[in-house]
Design a protein around this ligand. Structure first.
Ligand SMILES: NC(=O)c1ccc[n+]([C@@H]2O[C@H](COP(=O)([O-])OP(=O)(O)OC[C@H]3O[C@@H](n4cnc5c(N)ncnc54)[C@H](OP(=O)(O)O)[C@@H]3O)[C@@H](O)[C@H]2O)c1
Length: 360
């Protein structure tokens, strides 16, 4: 007799429709191919990108069908295709499932994927030293850790004890991973963060050497003051923006080393801070500043990137958590049925760490 289960998923249809639970029958014996595994999802984490994409989901762009939320997941392998060699039934796994407006996301009961095509997957790391269960911790980190890792390493940077990094958005989950990788893995000498004055204590504990407020005086002057007082006026090797900021472009040569030193301005959020729950398409289009970044007009090395699915950062994240070198920040944990509360929390833009939803 074939094994049929209910597969619930939190979905949206377009940027006008409210998220809702869609429940469909899934035949666990026939729903996967020889190269796929079926994962019973235990936890999924939310990311601002889910809501940006929902806000931009015009039917002409994204289609009319259901689109499931979330990319991060943790869970247990319950079925394995005949050609899968690295995973077996009972394995506890976590990862980042890459999709764009997919009917399948990770805020659902069952996830079917090919581990070769979705290589951001690993066995879950033991996080017993934390207050959260392993599934919650392991659903919380793949996307933000991967983004931070790729921002630190994608552009030939050789960061180490003599390097200086300026982080715009020190309190974001991406930067939370970034400062821990920079300090504990790459042994970067100096990391300066920009955050709200209220978040100074929170961020100091994570390893930032100096903090500048964005909500008290001029943020550019606050950073320059730190450079003068504490950095011998030396400039940064990397400016990493996880907010969407343009404050430093007008004085980029005062803060970022010359491009010939392979200094980089790396952004994961563009030049403008978008409203997660009500994004406007034109806010994400390149402005005049982009003329200084390309071709003969290039004044500094600039990269805006989207996380790519890869096993390298999953291996490192697993190792760092197991060795207590990286602890993902978790803001709050919700039950599946309370997904609307969880959505509200992440869209407040005030969460300190990941918003995680427990599913099974
Ligand atoms: N390109 C990619 O592949 C990629 C991947 C992941 C994420 N992202 C993007 O990266 C950004 C961060 O994502 P996340 O999940 O890490 O964010 P998050 O954890 O939701 O960030 C929340 C934090 O942002 C801080 N913040 C709010 N307004 C700020 C401002 N004006 N300046 C500085 N900090 C501010 C707040 O701390 P304070 O107390 O300091 O204000 C708050 O705690 C999002 O735009 C996301 O879409 C891109």
């Amino acid at each position: 007799m074939s094994e049929s289960v209910a597969n619930r998923a939190v979905v949206f249809y377009n940027n006008k429709s409210l998220p809702t639970i869609l429940s469909e029958e899934l035949n666990l014996d026939t729903c996967y191919s020889s190269s796929e595994v079926v994962i019973k999802v235990h936890a999924a984490a939310l990311n601002p990108v889910d809501f940006l994409l929902q806000g931009l989901a015009y039917s002409w762009l994204s289609g009319r069908g259901p689109k499931c939320f979330s990319r991060d997941y943790s869970g247990e392998v319950v079925k394995v295709g005949a050609n899968v060699t690295d995973y077996k039934v009972g394995d506890k796994v976590a990862g980042m499932f890459k999709h764009l407006y997919g009917k399948q996301g990770t805020l659902c009961d069952y996830l079917i994927l090919d581990p070769v095509k979705q290589p951001a997957i690993t066995k879950i790391a033991n996080a017993e030293h934390t207050e959260y269960d392993d599934y919650v911790v392991n659903a919380s980190w793949p996307l933000v850790f991967g983004t931070a890792y790729q921002g630190l390493t994608n552009y030939g940077q050789k960061l180490g004890p003599n390097s200086k990094i300026l982080v715009i958005g020190a309190s974001t989950s991406v930067s939370n991973a970034l400062v821990q990788i920079a300090k504990n893995h790459l042994k970067v000498g100096t990391v300066v963060g920009i955050c709200s004055k209220n978040s100074f204590d929170y961020n100091k504990k994570l390893g930032y050497d100096y903090l500048a407020a964005y909500d008290e005086g001029s943020v550019v002057n606050n950073v320059k003051e730190i450079m003068k007082k504490n950095l011998n006026n030396e400039k940064f090797d990397l400016i990493f923006d996880s907010v969407g900021n343009s404050d430093f472009f007008g004085c980029i040569n005062d803060v970022l080393k010359h491009k010939s030193h392979n200094s980089q301005y790396v952004s994961v959020a563009g030049d403008k801070k978008l409203n997660y729950s009500n994004p406007r398409m034109w806010d994400s289009l390149p402005g005049l500043e982009s003329l200084k970044r390309y071709g003969p007009f290039r004044k500094y090395n600039y990269n805006l990137f989207l996380l790519q699915s890869d096993s390298a950062y999953m291996k490192l994240g697993h190792k760092m958590i197991s060795e207590k070198q990286y602890m993902p920040a978790i803001d709050s944990v919700y039950n599946f049925d309370d997904y609307a509360e969880a959505f509200k929390r992440i869209n407040s833009n005030r969460s300190k760490g990941k918003v995680v939803i427990q599913i099974n």
